[in-house]
Design a protein around this ligand. Sequence first.
Ligand code: PHE
Length: 334
Amino acid sequence: KEHIEKVQAFKADSKESIEAFRIEYLGSKGLLKDLFAKFKEVPNEQKKAFGQAINELKEKAKEKVESLKETIESKEEEAGIYGDLTRTAYPMEIGARHPISIVKNQIIDVFSRIGFNVSEGPEIEDDWHNFTALNLPAHHPARDMQDTFFIQTDPDVLLRTHTSSVQVRYMEDNKPPIRTISPGRVFRNEAISARAHCIFHQVEGLYIDKDVSFADMKQTLLYFTQEMFGKSKIRLRPSYFPFTEPSAEIDIYWGLETETDYKITKGTGWLEIGGCGMVDPAVLTNCGIDPEEYSGFAFGMGVERIAMLLYQIGDIRMFFENDVRFLKQFSNAL
Ligand code: PHE
């Protein structure tokens, strides 16, 4: 009885003391061995009680050893696998949205308020969707306006140079009225500098319906720049694109009261943010839309250019370097 109490009270904090305990009770020269040896000397009438008592002691001692081992092992495991579970959490950096995503989402937001949906297409394109359908047949000199990356040696497979290719796909698959914007990455074989990169992002827009006019286009673009930049003016400067006629460059002048307050561009203070124009009837025909019935406008803008204006970023390469000191500065933006 006294032994059983001792066994139950035993506590251990190391594997060594558990082993010492096991040897003391259960070892080949241990207490239980002695007790079993004494069994023969016990008078017959006490044998039953004595036998039960030592068996109980043996069971209790075994149980004790097992349970102590388990506790110690699980403690070791926790320490090894999880470390100290009570320590203060290690601070984790929370990421920030990339400025290109922020600006792209804002543009989508502004256009979705006036009924434009979002369309997407492949970055690897065929000649038809990037050029030919857009009134740029093979050998057309205007193909050189956008230096193209071709995939291996197949001249029919290329990296899209603009998301106008998505607009072709959209017109092929949908009947007017069409109001869609196509955001996405585009690729041009250009030397990388502070102002230009071989990869950048565009948002192109397309509006096709009955009786769409140049004035509708200008008002849509003015609405956009005012939503995006606040107080701003736009200027449409005559230009040329094979897929629109007439065509124009979109210049923006924004934010400040007088031209001399304007700090971003020196000189006139006007800055080009994209191109636009009335969709050429030949493009509508190529995409299965009757130009006698429908007309429309299209525009395309560079997302980097807009982000550089909004955040006063002087070098386009910043967007692609993923320097955390740059990216972190956008952690408060949505
Ligand atoms: N696709 C032209 C470009 O990438 C932009 C543009 C789109 C111009 C639509 C006019 C109309 O340069």
